[in-house]
Design a protein around this ligand. Structure first.
Ligand code: CAA
Ligand code: NAD
Length: 305
């Protein structure tokens, strides 16, 4: 029997995005919440770790206080932005969101489970986005009830400072979803680029092999942590050295991205450096746990090798 002809799904029109849900209150989730709240949107924030929500709130408040001190924002604007951020007790609190952005850990199983559990609670018109650094948008979209309304929305770290958002369409993403996502990001003051749905998209396809190579450079004894970072800062004008940047991103995230590149492109040039693997196995995940290629527990960062 011939396959049934494609029937476009009868989605309601995409609403004006006024209320946004964010899943994951780590460094990326907290940044996304901040820029959305400052842009005047109502935000709901969910994390499995209540401590992460508290830390996110404190970090956002501290960053906005700095904006007030610099005269960029008034006390009233700060208070209004903070009042727009609510903690979600569960997925049911996303029922009135026009867009939900997933920014939990870079682990496909975790993300799949989040999307599967989330979709029964969403309004039919709601859009879904993932901030994944590397994982297939098409595969994540396929576990939802709305792959046409699903998109990769890849913010850069630190979100309030970095201008770029990569937009990645899955195979099913419809153009009105892409246009609404683009408009949303531009409303946050960001510039978008479009990337095809291949492992790690554009920025991380280029950036992470460089970071991984810096790990090999350290592993093979070509340079020390300090000499590698100084070389790339002063020799290539990078704002942070690659090992400092790896710590800033999170070594777990760096390793997860390299694994996606290695598995997805099946090329040995993406082999994760064994030293990076060892740091992650030790739980030395970088700045967020105060230890990685540098030790951040003292007054100034001290190289760990
Ligand atoms: N969160 C929010 N804001 C931060 C921040 C953070 N973690 N760190 C710094 N900032 C802000 C500061 O508050 C300051 O803002 P104001 O100018 O409004 O006061 C501004 O950034 C500059 O900060 P500093 O003067 O303290 O520091 P700096 O000049 O050294 O700049 C930096 C800090 C912007 C992080 C700079 O070092 C930099 O650009 N580093 C490289 C960042 C980068 O490459 N990001 C991309 C990572 S890859 C990625 O995101 C994709 C992925 O999937 C892994
Ligand atoms: P993070 O480790 O700082 O935070 C992750 C948060 O997710 C934690 O608070 C954790 O408790 C929470 N979490 C884990 N499982 C959850 C679940 N089932 N439900 C709700 N929350 C859950 O990580 P991050 O750096 O903020 O990265 C988050 C996402 O953003 C990842 O997909 C990462 O690849 C991507 N990303 C990271 C960067 C970066 O530089 N760190 C840049 C762009 C994109």
């Amino acid at each position: 029997m011939a396959p049934a002809p494609y029937q476009p799904k009868g989605y309601p029109p995409i609403p004006e995005i006024g209320r946004v849900g964010v899943i994951g209150a780590g460094q990326m989730g907290s940044g996304i919440v901040q820029v959305a709240a400052v842009a005047g949107l109502e935000v709901r924030l969910l994390d499995i770790d209540p401590g992460a929500i508290e830390r996110a709130r404190a970090a956002i408040e501290a960053r906005l206080t700095r904006q007030v001190a610099k005269g960029v924002m008034s006390e009233t604007e700060k208070a209004e932005a903070l009042a727009r951020i609510r903690t979600a007790a569960g997925y049911a609190d996303f029922a009135d969101c026009d867009l939900v952005i997933e920014a939990a850990v870079e682990n496909e199983e975790v993300k799949r489970k989040i999307f599967k559990d989330l979709v029964p609670h969403l309004a039919p018109a709601a859009l879904l986005a993932t901030n994944t650094s590397s994982i297939s948008i098409t595969r994540l979209a396929a576990v939802t009830d709305r792959p046409e309304r699903f998109i990769g929305m890849h913010f850069m770290n630190p979100v309030p400072v970095m201008k770029l958002v990569e937009l990645i369409r899955g195979i099913a993403t419809e153009d009105d979803t892409y246009q609404a996502a683009k408009k949303f990001c531009e409303g946050l003051g960001k510039t978008t680029v479009t990337a095809e749905d291949f492992p790690a998209f554009i920025v991380n396809r280029i950036l992470l092999p460089m970071i991984n190579e810096a790990c090999y450079t350290l592993y093979e004894g070509v340079g020390t942590v300090e000499s590698i970072d100084t070389a790339m800062k002063l020799g290539a004008n990078h704002p942070m050295g690659p090992l400092e940047l790896a710590d800033f991103i999170g070594l777990d995230t760096c390793l997860a991205i390299m694994q996606v590149l290695h598995d997805g492109l099946a090329d040995t040039k993406y082999r994760p450096c064994p030293l990076l693997v060892k740091y992650v196995e030790a739980g030395w995940l970088g700045r967020k746990v105060k230890r990685g290629f540098y030790d951040y527990r003292g007054e100034r960062p001290v190289p760990t090798r």
